[in-house]
Design a protein around this ligand. Structure first.
Ligand code: GLV
Ligand code: MN
Ligand code: MN
Length: 382
């Protein structure tokens, strides 16, 4: 007989699954199917569902937006061709943990919108809007790769912040590194991180007829920037990734006019991150000058370091039999909430540490242990 976790998990596992991981972009069809599933789960538990005007769904036990509710949940959206656990594990586990709570314990389960920034470019967009960390008119105008704005996808103009009266928040998430070797851990901090868009502009021309010496090819400057970012990050003990690139005109037989690359940079502290990004920008700019290429750099989102409430993290760890407390380089809605609500995070072991990949995985037994841990914590906090 399958466990409570395995049977609920099986309900959502096929949604958005392709032959190469998941496509669950925010507010697209698979994510809307997951939202319907969320409403249905709430109905089954007599929980009231509200949308907060920013695309975030909440299922409430007790009166919506009342004082002193404990918030849990996570997000449904995935990176392109990602795994199934990053996000949805926290929502499925939340409903199962609610099932274990006695009546009268007021909790809310959240499904935050566009956590990955995979569609509109800014991660944790829903929680940023809810907490006032992003201007709603700026968020409304963010566009996906087909030119559809966030406002159009949402169907209304985002409302922006609400006064949050949650007593505490706890997000359960699959661990995304190799640092957790027991089923459940507790978060201490999130590395500061951000996204910077680099535009390299040169001259489009014929690949066959333009002499090598006559070219202004932005691909070369871009390639140099990628190598420089990797080297600078290694020297700083930080992380730098260029995982997304766009080329115009994107033709095999044309020298590009534009190469646009997105730098994702993260470090254990803010001054290391700042120094790292400055070094990468300087090396790209110097090289662009030598190559005759115009370069511009635009920060698309920058997230400060998050230190979770230390007393709460210790209390949660103790409740869970001295669960390990560890930092992460991954961003989370819990990090955004933590500036407004006492917040904790639980991590469920990921045997390989692989994430943002179809190979992401956690065992059913560890996920069950995660549900148990979340229920224990919610019971205590409510
Ligand atoms: C979210 O998963 C991020 O850290 O990019
Ligand atoms: Mn993620
Ligand atoms: Mn996530």
């Amino acid at each position: 007989m399958s466990s409570a976790f395995a049977s609920l998990w099986a309900e959502i596992a096929p949604i958005g699954l392709t032959d190469n991981g998941y496509l669950r972009f925010a507010l697209t069809e698979p994510e809307r199917v997951l939202r319907d599933w969320f409403r249905n789960q709430a109905d089954r538990r007599d929980m009231t569902v509200t949308e907060d005007g920013n695309g975030n769904l909440f299922a409430w036990r007790g009166e919506p937006w009342a004082d002193g509710v404990v918030l849990t949940g996570s997000h449904f959206d995935s990176v392109p061709h990602g795994g199934g656990y990053d996000g949805p594990l926290g929502i499925v586990s939340a409903f199962l943990a609610v099932d274990r709570l006695p009546a009268g314990r007021n909790v809310a389960v959240a499904a935050f919108c566009e956590e990955e920034g995979g569609r509109f470019g800014v991660p944790c967009l829903g929680s940023r809007l809810l907490t006032g960390a992003i201007d709603p008119s700026h968020a409304a105008r963010l566009c996906d790769r087909d030119g559809v704005s966030f406002e159009e996808a949402l169907g209304y103009r985002p409302a922006g912040p609400r006064r949050l009266r949650f007593k505490a928040a706890v997000e359960l998430h699959i661990e995304q590194g190799r640092a957790l070797d027991v089923p459940v851990g507790v978060a201490s901090a999130i590395w500061p991180h951000g996204r910077w868009r680099f535009d390299f502009r040169g001259d489009a021309d014929h690949a066959g007829t333009t002499r090598m010496a006559d070219r202004r090819d932005p691909m070369l400057t871009y390639a140099y920037m990628v190598l420089a970012a990797n080297k600078e990050a290694r020297l700083a003990g930080a992380h730098a990734t260029i995982g997304r690139v766009a080329v115009e005109p994107n033709a095999t037989n044309a020298i590009p006019s534009l190469v646009r690359g997105w730098l994702d940079a993260r470090a254990a502290d803010e001054s290391t991150l700042e120094t790292l990004v400055e070094a990468i920008v300087k090396r790209a700019t110097d090289r662009a000058g030598r190559d005759g290429i115009a370069v511009s750099v635009e920060p698309e989102s920058v997230t400060a370091e998050v230190a979770f409430d230390t007393a709460l993290a210790s209390r949660v760890s103790e409740l869970l039999g001295d669960a390990p407390i560890l930092p992460t380089g991954a961003g989370h809605d819990a990090g955004v909430l933590s500036a407004h609500v006492p917040t904790a995070m639980l991590f469920v072991r990921n045997p390989t540490g692989v994430s943002h990949s179809p190979a992401e995985h956690a065992t059913d037994d560890d996920c069950e242990a995660g549900v148990e841990a979340l229920a224990t914590v919610l019971l205590e906090l409510t």
